[in-house]
Design a protein around this ligand. Structure first.
Ligand code: GUN
Ligand code: ZN
Length: 437
């Protein structure tokens, strides 16, 4: 039995700040002791109150740093790692010109093996401990990432993309092969240690009705796997879906017709949804992945956070690399704030960080395991340095905040100015997984 203790300021969420007050949703302990036993949270409280109880345990102290639950990125593309920051196109042209040729390389297991550690290291450097990930169409690409994440003992959800039309031949699977390959991967990896599987039709235009039928069959056969896809990101995409599925009431209805809209279904973007579609997502307990840096980069539009909150749809934040421009959930939250500004809405620092932690866990129905420091949860957490650059040292006082108002101000500066340098260290199940040099 191993017990470890970490002393620092500590922040997590115990309720949802979109629906309850900050004082009810934010748990902030200025001088906290976080105790981990066998990779799980054993205790959290004031250091002064807990120190006697844990007197014989070596304590790691991080004075004037802030411990948070690890970030959760609920939509990211593994085989787009090397094509991040590709210039100048909107979604459909960008896919043709940059994405498909890059994803083709993942047919080679050796290539996928070489990118997997780069991808995982980049997540950890940015404080992301869980992600919902699209691999390439090739099952080998999912294998490579599963192996790497399993080696690191990360709670990750991964799926091989299914696409059997409207993509170059070198990227096509078939309805039957996508079913068989996905099934094999589910049987091999779903619930293997900490990793989980997501059935992943890329988006409606690249799957035949037959393939979507097979996706529904997989969900029926393995009810607790995830469903992960894109929805209503770009106006040209939406018009195309209408042409391809003329009998469907709307874009979401395409997925609904095949039994793909339920809990543990995560839809990326959702920028141009009708009220009917939002209501259906709420009713089905499905979740939206809000991908702000991708939405501005690809010129897709401004996601309406307020509407999704009013409709009570589950919502998480996501990078969507390589449409997204950074692995950093802090930079992602910064862009989310700017989109809220352009919509004349608000996004408080607490709401943003909730979305990147417990909100993401709820979106993935993993909030019984990760997302905050409730006792018994898996101890994935990060240590943040509020003074990681000269300008941030100038901006932020040396000592930690005492009031929620001061804390909000500090967090806002981390969201607006922070990046990978802000992440001092990242822990998985209480074990050090990354430390900034
Ligand atoms: N829609 C279908 N495929 C993709 C993709 O790779 N990235 C984004 N942003 N949207 C998509
Ligand atoms: Zn995407």
């Amino acid at each position: 039995m191993t017990v470890k203790a970490f002393r620092s300021a500590c922040l997590d969420f115990v309720a949802d700040p979109f629906y309850t007050s900050e004082s009810e949703s934010v748990r902030y302990i200025r001088d906290a002791l976080l105790v981990v036993e066998n990779g799980k949270i054993k205790d959290l409280g004031d250091y002064a109150q807990l120190k006697a109880q844990y007197a014989d345990i070596a304590i790691q102290s991080h004075p004037n740093h802030l411990i948070l639950p690890g970030f959760i990125d609920i939509h990211i593309h593994f085989p787009q790692t090397e094509m991040i920051a590709a210039y100048g196109k909107q979604l459909l042209e960008w896919l043709e010109k940059y994405t498909f040729p890059t994803e083709r390389r993942f047919k080679q297991k050796t290539h996928a093996d070489s990118i997997a550690p780069v991808f995982v290291n980049e997540l950890l450097r940015n404080g992301t401990t869980t992600a919902l990930v699209l691999a390439a169409v090739f099952p080998e690409s999912a294998e490579a990432l599963f192996e790497e994440c399993d080696r690191r003992n990360m709670r990750m959800i991964i799926g091989k993309v299914m696409m059997d039309r409207n993509v170059p031949d070198f990227l096509k699977d078939t309805a039957q092969s996508s079913y068989e390959d996905s099934k094999r991967l589910i049987e091999r990896w779903h619930h293997h240690n900490r990793v989980l599987y997501a059935v992943t039709p890329r988006f409606a235009p690249t799957s035949t009705p037959e393939q979507l039928t097979y996706a529904g069959k997989l969900l029926a056969e393995f009810p607790d796997v995830y469903l992960h896809t894109h929805l209503s990101e770009n106006l040209a995409e939406i018009a195309w879906v209408k042409e391809l599925f003329p009998d469907c009431q709307n874009y979401l209805d395409v997925y609904d017709q095949f039994g793909l809209v339920r809990e543990r279904s995560i839809f990326a973007h959702c920028i141009h949804l009708s009220d009917l579609e939002l209501e259906r997502l709420a009713e089905a307990n499905s979740a939206i992945a809000f991908c702000p840096t991708s939405n501005t980069f690809l010129g897709s539009g401004l996601f309406d956070i307020e509407r999704s909150i009013v409709q009570q749809v589950k919502l998480g934040l996501a990078t969507d690399v390589g449409g997204g421009t950074s692995f950093s959930m802090l930079k992602t939250a910064c862009e989310a704030y700017k989109i809220a500004q352009l919509n004349h809405q608000t996004l408080s620092p607490f709401q943003a960080l909730f979305s990147a932690t417990l909100g993401g866990a709820k979106a993935l129905s993993l909030d019984d395991k990760i997302g905050n420091f409730a006792l018994g949860k898996e101890a994935d957490f990060i240590v943040m340095d509020p003074r990681s650059t000269p300008i941030m040292s100038l901006r932020n006082p040396e000592t930690m905040p005492t009031t929620l108002e001061e804390l909000a101000d500090l967090l806002f500066s981390l969201i607006i100015m922070g990046d990978d340098r802000t992440i001092h260290s990242t822990y998985l199940l209480g074990e050090l997984a990354h430390r900034r040099d």
